[in-house]
Design a protein around this ligand. Structure first.
Ligand SMILES: [Zn+2]
Length: 393
């Protein structure tokens, strides 16, 4: 039997627009050994403009780990001085964010049209969901499971050969707006399914036996916002009574350990859990769909970036699930498969993934906190995948 699984994957995405330029901004990776180091970063975060990339917030930093964060140009000197004075080992992952962002936003030269090898804006993805369903009626059907806070339709693609009582696997993308590689993965998955069905045995058998529910972008409002206003926006775009801060972290908004470990009750935080469980129209629509199809859905995967991690339940607690042994076996096979298949991925996304994986390799297992329960699967020297139980993405 397939077990529920949460997959977090790959790479840093990038961008343009909205008057943002990122000139001179840097991304640091800091080695954190003890509580003193954590306090140094906590103080830095309270006095300078730090955007945490890993983990998601200052509250989730653990001893014996590495912390990645983005720093505004005007705060660079302060941050570097503080890190030096307190003897925190660190490196600069990105020395000028502008270059990375602009290199990634190469779709500027492409007037219109969908591409599987570029990042697509929402209107293009929306049109693609219609087109791919129309062109593959025997394998794909499209439905709308709800609307976003700003009124956009949330599309779901059902991918599989028609059949009765088929078990289903649910895969979503685009929870966190700035993680552009995630929606790109969902589109690529659908393309590979239709491209290889009937010619490759494994995918043909999978689509004959299972239905795959593919949700290309859940947090559409946020995704649109990253293309038009703020490249590193993460949350939804909902407003909250009593606060001028916008948005909720959609994957901390479910009615499962709601707002306990790793979530914030402050509407201004990136990990804000929302005023109530399923307060967001997007998460409510998704949860309703899952509840209505519980008898057929056997596995659930949610695709995120930054980090090379496979994270599985429970994400809201460090305790192990009852089917932990089964999950370990499943994840072992999955990580091995990912590593051996990685070189088949397309460029230019592949180059970002490889770069990010190479960076990840600098974080050896021995530095990871025991509580995170990580297993590193690294048979290839340049690639390492961590399998973790903790909330990370
Ligand atoms: Zn995420």
């Amino acid at each position: 039997m397939l077990a529920p699984l949460v997959l977090a994957t790959v790479a840093l995405a990038s961008a343009h627009h909205g008057g943002e330029h990122f000139e001179g901004e840097k991304v640091f990776r800091v080695n954190v050994e003890d509580e003193n180091h954590i306090n140094v970063i906590r103080n830095l975060a309270s006095t300078t403009q730090i955007d945490f990339w890993k983990p998601d917030s200052v509250t989730q930093i653990k001893p014996h780990s590495t912390v990645d964060f983005r720093v505004k140009a005007e705060d660079i000197v302060t941050v570097e001085n503080v890190l030096k004075q307190n003897e925190l080992q660190h490196e600069v992952l990105i020395s000028n964010l502008r270059n990375v962002v602009e290199a990634q936003f190469d779709s500027r030269v492409r007037a219109t049209g969908h591409s599987y090898e570029k990042y697509n804006k929402w209107e293009t993805i929306e049109a693609w969901t219609q087109q791919v369903a129309t062109e593959n009626p025997a394998l794909i059907s499209r439905s709308v499971i709800g609307t976003t806070f700003e009124g956009r339709d949330i599309y779901l693609l059902k991918v599989g050969k028609a059949g009765q009582n088929k078990p289903a696997i649910f895969i979503d993308c685009g929870f966190h707006a700035r993680e552009w590689i995630s929606p790109a993965f969902c589109q690529w998955f659908v393309r590979e399914a239709v491209r290889t069905y009937g010619s490759e045995i494994q995918i043909t058998e999978l689509l004959n036996k299972f239905d795959f529910y593919i949700l290309p972008v859940l947090n559409i409002d946020g995704y649109v916002y990253t293309w038009t206003k703020s490249r590193f926006w993460r949350k939804t775009r909902s407003t909250h009574a009593g606060s001028s801060c916008v948005g909720t972290d959609p994957n901390r908004n479910f009615d499962a350990g709601w707002c306990k470990t790793g979530a914030s009750r402050n509407p201004c935080d990136e990990t804000y859990c929302g005023p109530a469980a399923e307060s967001e129209k997007e998460t409510k629509a998704l949860a309703d769909f899952i509840r209505n199809n519980l008898s057929s859905i056997k596995a659930y995967l949610t695709i995120h970036s930054y980090s090379q991690m496979l994270i599985y339940p429970y994400s809201y607690a460090y305790k192990l699930g009852e089917n932990n042994d089964e999950l370990i076996l499943l994840l072992g096979a999955l990580t091995t498969g990912l590593m051996t298949k990685e070189s088949d991925m397309p460029s230019p996304l592949n180059s970002e993934i490889q770069a990010d994986m190479a960076l990840s390799f600098q974080n050896p297992r021995s530095r990871l906190p025991a509580r995170r329960r990580c297993w590193q699967s690294s048979t290839l020297p340049a690639m390492s995948w961590n399998t973790c139980t903790s909330r990370e993405s």
